[in-house]
Write a protein that binds this ligand. Sequence first.
Ligand SMILES: [Zn+2]
Length: 132
Amino acid sequence: MVTVCFRCPSCAMHVIRGLVCNDAVRALMSDFPVPLRCPGCGTVSLVLQHSRHRTLRAEGEWDSTVGHCLTIAATCRLRAGEVQSADARLFMIRLEQQWLELGARCDVFQQCAIVPARVTRPWSRRRLRHSA
Ligand SMILES: [Zn+2]
């Protein structure tokens, strides 16, 4: 499980969410965004790890949702050709499929933002070492 903290680009509420889905955690740790809904206004944002994407503006990078989905899917396809392990390749291909499906379900006029998030892993080795 990881904890994700980000600021909703629509209502500015600070959102804290726990991710327990292994694919979502793996995607986030592999520098891919994860769609998360703001409990305040319902806006879905594509959340990326801030520590690895420091150039992302706090207010988010807005674009059409379909555009974001297609760009992310294309990145998954590229990464699938670069990774060494078959497991990682299959994961990238599965992720590409998920983004293509999400893009196909979206309204073409819908907009969303990629936003930076602080991500913490409560039980990571580093954290355990510091607390020991
Ligand atoms: Zn919101």
